[in-house]
Every structure is written in structure tokens, then in C-alpha cells.
Design a protein around this ligand. Structure first.
Ligand SMILES: Cc1ncc(COP(=O)(O)O)c(C=O)c1O
Length: 380
């Protein structure tokens, strides 16, 4: 295999070199347990609090509103189960959407199993939930609305400011899974009007296994774990110091370069589409053309098998994802692609190419070339 072209940055990203550098002391000589009182714990503890400040500044929050977790899945689980269980006296109804990540959807099914009612808002063909549908769905027993900021498959950026306003006006708490958005588009928790927001470091060139939950001051939810009282007593467990430090460095670096990265990725996407359209392949672009994550390309190619295409690209050293998979002999279309009603003859041929700041112009042209040669000439 020649050089690898990695174009699955929505799945995970490469660790930033400066983030790695900042992490190393805490994996080596500065291994002290940040929760201890002696001097050897001082440096790791200071590093955690500096990271909390840096991260809070990146999303216009207060440092004491940032709670470190093991990543996006934990943040989503904590937000949803934590609020639902804390507010069960108010009511047992949660509202979410049909295109959420499984970390949200499966947290909601857990709640359904223990007697909660969950309303799944539909989305339109671009992946937007409707403000009117949300307004109608909210009842006096609704305790939480959880709607994602940016979709991980099709890249659509929801109008969270408008959706959260409906919930805020009715005094219903609002959580947003911003795992795909943080570090990629500007985030201001006050402008967004959210009470809780989930993020994960490995999606923005930070390390894996670390993330955070933003929790607006004054919002109460059940503690995630009990024990040593770390994270203001809400999420006990010895801190992942290196991970937290690496996350802060990676996030700040991405946030400082948001606009430049966005312009660069838009250029790469346009070049990709020019090349693919020129090849004459019949495909649809999924998601919103304008309110879209930079670098997210999700296409459905007519009469193709997305999973087979993904494997054939893999053989050529190109890493992408698919929105359809052949499990136990039958072709499955992802819940997101189903929700936006992509016609079946296209839906089965869905692939997601998520390019990142480390990709180059030759990378995207090579991906478009590889897709067209596989489809038009059957080339391996
Ligand atoms: C939108 C969204 N939410 C949550 C997650 C889960 O994050 P993590 O991998 O950090 O558990 C992901 C990861 O793909 C995601 O894309």
C-alpha cells in the first residue's frame, strides 16, 4: 500500500503535536495524583485548573462550569440520565431528534426502559429539526430537550439558538451534543442558549478517552460517580491529567485557527466536488449545503454499495466511512440517512468523507479520482 489518505476525521483525528508535547510530562516525571495535598500533586493540579480555564474561554463559559469526562459518550449519558433522574418529580418526558448519535439515542432508550417517555423529533431533508414541532412537543412534564449542534454523518449544523429559545421560554433545560462541532465552528454557550453541552477531545486533534461536559451554573443533575470527590464532587475518579492538558492545548489551537481552517476545508471540498461532478457519476449530496461542518462531505451514489466502496477505497489506501452497512446478509441504511429520506437507490451507496486540516489538495483529488475509477471502470 502506498501513502495513506486519511479522510475519516469525523470518526477521530490525529493527535496534535503540541498537544502531545504538553501531555508528555504528565505521562513521565509529573505522575503525581492531582487530588493529593502534598507538593508533588501541585503541578498536575495546577495543570488541570489551567486546562479548565483555557477550555472555558474557548466556549465562553466559566471554569467551574467545565466538568472533565472520558469523552463524548460519557458526557451525553451524564447530561441526559443525570438531568432526567434529577428532575423526575417535574416530569418524565425527554425530547430529542431522530438523527442523534447513539450515545444520546441509547441513553434515551435506557430511560424509556425505566418508564420515561421520549419524543423523537423528525428532521427535514437537510437534517433540521423544526421549531414548530419542538414547540408542540414540549409539555409541562418535559424535563429536558437534547438536540445535537452538528450531525456526525451529514454535517448539518442545527439552529440551536432558535431551538433552545423555545425550551428556555418554557423553563425546560436544553442539552446539545456538540461533539462534532467543538473545535470546528465558533461555540458560545450563551449565544447557543444551552444549559449542558458535550464535547470530546479526539474529535478536535486532542487525545482519545477524554472530553468535557459544560453545565451551566445553577443547573443540577445527579453526580456521575461517587468516590473521591473530584470534579467538584460530581464525577469522582482520579483525573486523566495528561488527557485533560492535551485536550486544552488542542482545543485552543483549533479555536485560534477556526476561520483559516474553515476556508481551507471549504476549498478542499469544492475541489473534490468539481472533480467528482466532472466524472459524470450520479450522486446526491446529503445535509445542508450552507449550515454545514467544514470538511464534511456526505454523498449517496446511485446504484452503489457504500460498504463495498469503502472497502475498495481502503484497498487503495483511502480511509472513509459509509452510511450503509451489510450486516447479517441484509443491507442496512443508517438512521440518519433514513431520517432525511434519501431515495433507496441512492441511500445504499452512501459514503462520508470527512477531511481535516492535515489533508491536502492532492488528497481530495485522489479521493475523487479513486471513487470515479472504482465506479466507472470497476478498478481496484
Ligand atoms: C455527535 C457525536 N456524539 C457523541 C460521540 C461519542 O464521542 P466519544 O467517541 O468521545 O465517546 C460521537 C463520536 O463519534 C459523535 O460524533
Amino acid at each position: 500500500m502506498g501513502t495513506l489518505i486519511y479522510a475519516d476525521n469525523a470518526a477521530t483525528t490525529q493527535l496534535d503535536k503540541d498537544a502531545l508535547e504538553a501531555m508528555l510530562p504528565f505521562l513521565n516525571q509529573e505522575f503525581g495524583n492531582a487530588s493529593n495535598q502534598y507538593s508533588f500533586a501541585r503541578f498536575p493540579r495546577k495543570a488541570i485548573e489551567e486546562a479548565r480555564l483555557i477550555i472555558s474561554n474557548c466556549i465562553n463559559a466559566r471554569p467551574d462550569e467545565i466538568f472533565f469526562t472520558s469523552g463524548g459518550t460519557e458526557s451525553d449519558n451524564w447530561a441526559i440520565k443525570g438531568i432526567a433522574l434529577k428532575t423526575q418529580n417535574k416530569g418524565k418526558q425527554i425530547i430529542t431528534s431522530s438523527i442523534e448519535h447513539h450515545a444520546v439515542l441509547h441513553s434515551c432508550s435506557f430511560l424509556e426502559e425505566i418508564g420515561y417517555k421520549v419524543i423523537y423529533l423528525p428532521v427535514n431533508s437537510q437534517g433540521h429539526a423544526s421549531i414548530d414541532n419542538l414547540r408542540e412537543a414540549i409539555g409541562t412534564n418535559t424535563s429536558l430537550v437534547s438536540l445535537m449542534l452538528a450531525n456526525n454523518e451529514i454535517g448539518t449544523i442545527q439552529k440551536i439558538e432558535e431551538l433552545s429559545k423555545i425550551a428556555n421560554d418554557r423553563r425546560v433545560l436544553f442539552h446539545s451534543d456538540a461533539v462534532q462541532a467543538v473545535g470546528h465552528i465558533p461555540i458560545d454557550v450563551n449565544t447557543l442558549g444551552v444549559d449542558l453541552l458535550s464535547a470530546s477531545a479526539h474529535k478536535f486533534n486532542g487525545p482519545k478517552g477524554v472530553g468535557f461536559l459544560y453545565l451551566r451554573k445553577g443547573t443540577d443533575l445527579i453526580n456521575w460517580s461517587s468516590g473521591g470527590k473530584q470534579e467538584f464532587g460530581r464525577r469522582s475518579g482520579t483525573e486523566n491529567v495528561a488527557g485533560i492538558v492535551g485536550m486544552a492545548v488542542a482545543l485552543k489551537k483549533n479555536v485560534d485557527n477556526l476561520r483559516a481552517n474553515e476556508i481551507y476545508l471549504q476549498r478542499l471540498s469544492s475541489l473534490f466536488f468539481e472533480k467528482l461532478t466532472g466524472s459524470g457519476i450520479d450522486f446526491l449530496v446529503n445535509g445542508d449545503n450552507y449550515r454545514r461542518l467544514p470538511g464534511n462531505i456526505n454523498i449517496s451514489i446511485r446504484n452503489q454499495d457504500g460498504e463495498a466502496l469503502m472497502h475498495r477505497l481502503d484497498l487503495k489506501g483511502i480511509i472513509v466511512s459509509t452510511g450503509s452497512a451489510c450486516s447479517s446478509g441484509k443491507l442496512d441504511i443508517s438512521h440518519v440517512i433514513k431520517s432525511i429520506d434519501v431515495p433507496r437507490e441512492y441511500a445504499l451507496g452512501t459514503i462520508r468523507i470527512s477531511i481535516g486540516k492535515d489533508n491536502s489538495i492532492p488528497d481530495v483529488l485522489a479521493i475523487a479520482d479513486a471513487i470515479s475509477s472504482i465506479i466507472l471502470r470497476g478498478s481496484m
